[in-house]
Ligand binder design. Structure first.
Ligand SMILES: NC(=O)c1ccc[n+]([C@@H]2O[C@H](COP(=O)([O-])OP(=O)(O)OC[C@H]3O[C@@H](n4cnc5c(N)ncnc54)[C@H](O)[C@@H]3O)[C@@H](O)[C@H]2O)c1
Length: 241
């Protein structure tokens, strides 16, 4: 029960990797608030998780949610920023501005807003562990998907910035960098694109949401008490090449 007595806020907690992390922490004793653009609880909801609606790109919605959690629980011990969206595959010269703005608003600004609101609540009040879900595309390049790369590159560097900024003040910030993971996000993806990523993955397979959740839980827990600013690939060796 690594998370007994802890309060965890997980964005994108309705399904996928955020969903798996929320469930994993609830099973280990945490009070979990899952915040997602999808309203309501999923069919496989876990005891110990409260499902709230949140658009991570809305500053006002963040403030309302964090104020409500503070009023009810007094603090937030763990913040997992897992909400994210992807885009149609295009190349740099074909970048659609509206699609760019959407991806950046959710993946990049959403993470900033979450860290901003929760750090403001917790600074000087107690330890906080932040885990941001970046991507292999926040470290190395694939072809196309410029906005996704831009947003995940920003998540990687924002994580390092928060880690250094708050290292001596009780806030740890780390990121997981998943490779190709079997979630709704990639199930509709062009099969050729999936096959190409898998063939470039030394383990030669897709990963699971639970495999990423295990890494998130480790970084969230006190077992990682001396770890901040870590960028942990969960990618079957993709970025080791
Ligand atoms: N699946 C992959 O291969 C892969 C690889 C690397 C990184 N990632 C990242 O992992 C994270 C989780 O994605 P996933 O693969 O579990 O996909 P997913 O689509 O199953 O989960 C994403 C969740 O984010 C929520 N969401 C989307 N927009 C939102 C918004 N504006 N506000 C709040 N919630 C919102 C969705 O409703 C969904 O529940 C994302 O940040 C994604 O970019 C995914």
């Amino acid at each position: 029960m690594r998370f007994k007595g802890k309060v965890a806020l997980v964005t994108g907690g309705y399904r996928g990797m955020g969903g798996a992390a929320a469930k994993g922490m609830a099973r280990e004793g945490a009070t979990v608030i899952s915040a997602d653009i999808i309203e309501g609880a999923p069919a496989d909801a876990e005891k110990g998780i409260t499902y709230r609606k949140l658009d991570v790109s809305s500053p006002a919605a963040w403030q309302i949610l964090v104020d409500a959690i503070a009023a009810e629980h007094g603090c937030i011990d763990i913040l997992v920023n897992a909400a994210g969206v992807t885009e149609e595959r295009s190349e740099v010269h074909g970048t659609d501005l509206a699609a760019w703005e959407k991806v950046v608003a959710v993946n990049q600004t959403g993470v900033m807003l979450g860290m901003r609101a929760v750090c403001a609540l917790m600074l000087g009040r107690g330890p906080l562990s932040i885990i941001n879900v970046s991507s292999i595309w926040g470290l190395v390049a694939g072809s196309g998907q410029l906005s996704y790369h831009a947003s995940k590159g920003a998540v990687t560097l924002m994580t390092l910035n928060a880690a250094v900024t708050y290292a001596a003040r009780g806030i740890r910030a780390n990121a997981v960098l998943p490779g190709l993971i079997d979630t709704e996000m990639v199930r509709d993806q062009d099969p050729a694109m999936r096959a190409e990523t898998i063939s470039n993955t030394p383990m030669n397979r897709i990963g699971t949401a639970d495999e990423v959740a295990k890494a998130i839980l480790f970084l969230a827990s006190d077992e990682a008490s001396y770890i901040t600013g870590a960028l942990l690939p969960v990618d079957g060796g993709f970025t080791a090449r």
